[in-house]
Design a protein around this ligand. Structure first.
Ligand code: MD3
Ligand code: FE
Length: 219
């Protein structure tokens, strides 16, 4: 018999289930909620050192997502290409150190998904405003692909596009909410992915924005 418990007694607390999305990919709903305040405070400190900026793509387009980084390496883009850089090209200075709360969250999420001993050295911080989007792409600037990528969503919800190993493969739409953490490793690591344009809205934690952290082993 079908279990109707959740329909009759919906959880009063936020949903925190762990859902395998595809081989190698785990959605940990609400996994970051307990540390949302320290995460947001740390993002403010990171952005005080290296402000959010709209990078230029090698093709000359301005990215609609604002970006900054922390860790020993940061992801940047300019007319010469994409790369990880130990310094912020705007200031010539190193990125902020990876906050302890970032490291602990990324490591424990990777552990739950079966990737032991994840040691990220880079965290790209993405800031979405209404209309900001990320077109379909692969993450292939890291030195190796054996480590997972851990992503943390904060603030306004977004629709994540999870495609295949070819750009033209059909994409699945996955709504991501405040506090959700996703671990992408193994066979999911090189999948094409993107984010649909952010809808207008207000979130009590971030106002009119969505913030996304992606933890990587880049070097
Ligand atoms: C699946 N960021 O920064 S996070 C990115 O919401 C990026 O800001 C999106 O894609 C965002 O590169 C999506 C989820 C994500 C990140 C990396 C992946 C999914 C991934 C790498 C491989 C497969
Ligand atoms: Fe990506």
């Amino acid at each position: 018999m079908k279990n109707h418990t959740l329909e009759l007694f919906p959880p009063a607390a936020p949903d925190t289930r762990h859902e395998p999305l595809e081989p190698g990919a785990w959605l940990l709903r609400g996994f970051a909620l307990a540390v949302q305040m320290p995460l947001l405070a740390a993002i403010d400190r990171i952005a005080a050192i290296a402000p959010f900026r709209h990078l230029e793509t090698p093709g000359g387009f301005r990215m609609s997502v604002g970006m900054t980084n922390c860790g020993t390496l940061g992801w940047v883009s300019d007319r010469t290409g994409y790369r990880y850089d130990p310094c912020d090209p705007l200031s010539g200075r190193p990125w902020a150190a990876m906050p302890r709360v970032f490291l602990d969250l990324a490591r424990s999420a990777a552990d739950v998904a079966g990737f032991a001993d994840f040691e990220p050295d880079a965290c790209l911080v993405n800031r979405y405003e209404p209309g900001s989007r990320l077109t379909l792409h692969q993450d292939r600037n890291e030195r190796g692909y054996s480590d997972p990528i851990v992503s943390v969503s904060l603030g306004l919800p977004a629709v994540f596009l999870f495609g295949g190993d070819s750009r033209s493969d059909k994409q699945r739409r996955i709504p991501l909410q405040h506090g959700d953490v996703v671990v992408w490793g193994g066979p999911a690591r090189m999948r094409y992915h993107g984010v649909l344009p952010l809808k207008e809205g207000h979130h009590e934690a971030t106002g009119s924005q969505r913030l996304n952290l992606t933890f990587r082993r880049a070097g």
